[in-house]
Design a protein around this ligand. Sequence first.
Ligand SMILES: [Fe+2]
Ligand SMILES: [Fe+2]
Length: 263
Amino acid sequence: MKIVWMTDPHILAGHGTLVGHDPRQRLRAAFDYVSRHHSDADLCVLTGDITDEGDVESYILARDIISSCPVTTFTIPGNHDNRSVMRSQLSFPDNIDPEFIQYSIIKGGQRLIFLDTLQDGKSEGVLCEHRLEWLDSQLSIHKDIPTLVFCHHPPGKLYLPMMDQEQTDFGEKLLHRLCSAANVRHLFFGHVHRPVSGNFRGLSFTALQSTAIQVPLPYPEWNWESFAPAEEAPAVGIIHTSQDSVVVHFHAFCQATSYVTVA
Ligand SMILES: [Fe+2]
Ligand SMILES: [Fe+2]
């Protein structure tokens, strides 16, 4: 199975930019690249922060850009999204949870579980009792099918002080479940706007560059007052999976200086 992966486009309606970076032009460039080279993919995934402010106009714009994708695109919310507005403007599978934007699909003999870790009004991720029960019910079936999990928030420390969330039980609860399920092969998340890989308790994970702006490593140290985007190009992930493998490639679809109007 071949999956195109993008994250954190932070679409802004009007002509809004993110510290001078144009998130609409960058997402368009990402999908242009996908249309040119990956129309053979099985599906596309966007792991949250679809919009920057969660307003209707931004989702309409995002939907318009996503509609250029040659393959079916699945989205989940991030902390910048508005769940009800997102739900009203984007399309989701019929088996979507009635309250949250979480669902699963089976394709090519593999299962993809999409989780909603949005906590209204906060930047930190959460999985409430309802969402944990939903995840438990998912993991209790199809135990023999290789399973990939996608969410927005990392469940563990990434040594990125400005991105690591306060210690909560979110990561503990998620990892406990995923690591207990023998068929969960990999976890994919966004939010940190950086390429990061490793494993938590033996469960391998990958985080990906934003299609919009990149967050610098903490060397030298920085905080949100001194924040300036890293001069690194945005990228898309190309994921190849089989019954017994997961391989992730990263491709910079434009330059670090592309679609930047302010230094
Ligand atoms: Fe983000
Ligand atoms: Fe985020």
